[in-house]
Design a protein around this ligand. Structure first.
Ligand code: GAR
Length: 201
């Protein structure tokens, strides 16, 4: 069983997609050991609790400096003995020490086809606003490993989604979630869990 920690900042629809995929057997050999958020008001924490999964908040507001917050975040993550960390709408930059310690063990979902519309400043709705502004006809989502850069790690899966006439950022965001994010994030986790098993890990 792969011990997975999911890190979230908001509504947690990607977390829900993972939980549903585990419940219906699409994702196997995975146990969600903890859900961690930087935001005490994140509805994702509620989703975790409803599922009987430990839900933990580590908020930067409770620490005097970024360095102290980063230390607390890393200590929190370490304490769960995780094999894989999934960033499912976690909108905080991962401390470099954590990307080093968990090399190839952190994955992220990003709501565009990387390398388009990614990097500093591109998150959530902003990504879809930028895609519509540029007038692209196809967008999508990417699951990638997390390294010390912003959305720069090796790509695991991508799925394209059509942009339609009259799309608003909200409408496009929803289509990208439904057609791409909620499909490829669970799929990537399942691939990693079952690859790890066949490796004898
Ligand atoms: C998702 O669209 C995810 O791809 C995005 O935040 C949203 C979280 O939604 N992440 C990023 O933009 C990361 N750069 P959710 O809380 O409903 O899963």
């Amino acid at each position: 069983m792969l011990r997975v920690g999911v890190m979230v900042s908001g509504g947690g629809t990607n977390l829900q997609a993972i939980l549903d995929a585990i419940d219906n057997g699409t994702v196997t050999n995975v146990q969600i050991a903890v859900v961690i958020s930087n935001n005490p008001g994140a509805y994702a924490l509620e989703r975790a609790r409803n599922h009987g999964i430990p839900a933990v908040c580590i908020s930067p507001k409770e620490y005097g400096s970024r360095e102290d917050f980063n230390k607390a975040l890393l200590a929190g993550v370490d304490s769960y003995g995780l094999d894989l960390i999934v960033l499912a709408g976690f909108l905080v930059k991962i401390p470099e020490e954590m990307t080093r310690r968990y090399e190839r063990r952190i994955i992220n979902i990003h709501p565009s086809l990387i390398p388009s519309f990614c990097g500093v400043g591109y998150y959530g709705l902003k990504v879809h606003e930028a895609a519509l502004e540029r007038g692209v006809k196809v967008t999508g989502a990417t699951v990638h490993y997390v390294d010390s850069g912003m959305d720069t790690g090796p790509i695991i899966l991508q799925k394209a989604v059509e942009v339609l006439d009259g799309d608003t950022p909200e409408v496009l965001q929803r289509r990208v979630m439904e057609q791409a994010e909620w499909v490829i994030l669970p799929k990537a986790i399942d691939m990693i869990a079952n690859m790890a098993l066949s490796d004898g890990c």
